[in-house]
Design a protein around this ligand. Structure first.
Ligand code: FDA
Length: 391
């Protein structure tokens, strides 16, 4: 096997495999290199083993980036329907869950097998299980040393993802390479990650295991989904989503009763003056949560004896209960990494570095981060496809 290629793709995850398959099927000689013992490990564990492979609600507003417009071009040229068509061509059964999320009926392994079939159809070489020892560039060629081999190509694609979940082989290698080639970084931070509580909020940790549908807010972002109290703080989809927007020192506001309209507590007093705040809350919330919130609001006794203005204040607090997380569970638990290779130095059409000919960056390594629910894979497919079309 000759070690001269048209494109070397570093990282055999979602973006790298899509890029290599696309390039290979266009007649390019491509190779994928991954240090893990098999490709697509994050795909295998995604979506609880069923891979939430895209979201039919994909719109640019559901991605975070220092440049929110950057992802539009690639996304518009490779849409959820394109990936779905590929899934169907491979006979993979799928279903839609809530909020536009598409999952395999069977196993995430089918998605990895599909991507490997697509790579094989493009004659792509896949090399796993060996560390990349050196990467350099000169005379228009990139040279990558893996084990005893040195591969060369005029194109190098950085697709090694972000550092979230290091125990799965995730690394900050993409950032090392980016720095090496003079690309700027937007500070990477854990995203889609549980938040931790301290101080006065510690009380809520006693509610570990209790979940409720809430609206979680931070800045202008708001998500109505389940929140879950944990032994360390807050988790559940609403919290994971809001964590991507949260910055240290900021408060997260929780509306515990999103169904309730303004004035409901005073109305509850009129309808049942002999009832209590805890009982009124218990109609909508799990018992333990209703008890904790009622205790915190310190309005004991019958509703009939509590002045309307105090009930209105309690209602306002329940609609915007402020937690100030002292941190998050970090990269060890983060589903994705926000930040990364700055889009300002990349072409939004091809993903090629503006100042480094032949160098491309795709997927999670780049400063584009999707919401929870299949958006991050959709970005991996779209950016991988854009680069694969260009190399
Ligand atoms: P990805 O991380 O997939 O691939 C990078 C590859 O590079 C890996 O194969 C890695 O081994 C390799 N690599 C890293 N460092 C290297 C080095 N130094 N040398 C050589 N190779 C190296 N998203 C979604 O849309 N739907 C979902 O259901 C889920 N579910 C989910 C569950 C869990 C538990 C996690 C952690 C994440 C998700 N995600 C998700 C997010 C999704 O997995 C993620 O956004 C994509 O995998 C990113 O694709 P990339 O190809 O960019 O990186």
């Amino acid at each position: 096997m000759s070690d001269a290629y048209d494109a070397i793709v570093l990282g055999g995850g979602a973006a790298g495999l899509m890029c290599a398959a696309t390039a290979g099927q266009r007649g390019r000689r491509a190779v994928v290199i991954d240090h893990a013992d098999e490709v697509g490990k994050k795909i295998l564990i995604s979506g609880g083993g069923r891979c939430n492979f895209t979201n039919i609600g994909t719109v640019p507003e559901r991605f975070l980036s220092a440049n929110p417009h950057f992802a539009r071009s690639a996304q518009s040229r490779y849409m959820p329907a394109d990936f779905l068509a590929l899934v169907e061509r491979h006979g993979i059964a799928w279903h839609e869950k809530t909020l536009g999320q598409l999952f395999c009926d069977g196993s995430a392994r089918q998605i990895v097998a599909m991507l490997l079939d697509e790579c094989a159809a493009g004659g792509v070489d896949v090399a796993c299980g060996e560390a990349i020892r050196a990467v350099d560039h000169g005379d228009g060629q990139y040279r990558v040393t893996v084990g005893a081999r040195t591969l060369t190509a005029p194109v190098l694609v950085i697709a090694t993802g972000g550092p979230s979940i290091p125990k799965m082989g995730a690394s900050g290698f993409a950032y090392d390479l980016a720095r090496h080639f003079g690309l700027k970084l937007i500070e990477p931070r854990p995203a889609l990650v549980p938040l931790t509580l301290a101080g006065d909020d510690l009380l809520f940790r006693t509610l570990a295991g209790v979940a409720a549908e809430v609206v979680a807010r931070c800045g202008t972002a708001a998500f109505r989904e389940a929140a879950l109290f944990t032994h360390r703080g807050l988790s559940g989809p609403a919290i994971l989503q809001i964590s991507s927007y949260w910055r240290r020192g900021e408060a997260v506001g929780i509306d515990f009763l999103p169904e309730r309209t303004s004035g409901w507590l005073v109305a509850a007093k009129r309808a049942g003056p002999g009832s209590s705040l805890k009982r009124a809350l218990g109609h909508s919330l799990p018992d333990r949560l209703a008890t904790t919130l009622a205790d915190q609001l310190s309005l004991p006794g019958e509703l009939g004896n509590i002045p309307d203005r105090m009930l209105a204040a309690a209602e306002a607090r329940l609609a915007d209960w402020r937690f100030t997380p002292n941190g998050s569970e970090g990269f060890a638990k983060a589903e994705v990494t926000a930040g990364g290779i700055a889009t300002a130095g990349l072409s939004s059409k091809t993903m090629e570095a503006t100042n480094v000919p032949g160098l491309y960056a795709i997927g999670e390594a780049v400063d584009v981060t999707g919401w929870l629910g299949g958006y991050n894979f959709q970005w991996a497919w779209a950016s991988g496809h854009a680069a694969g079309q260009a190399v």
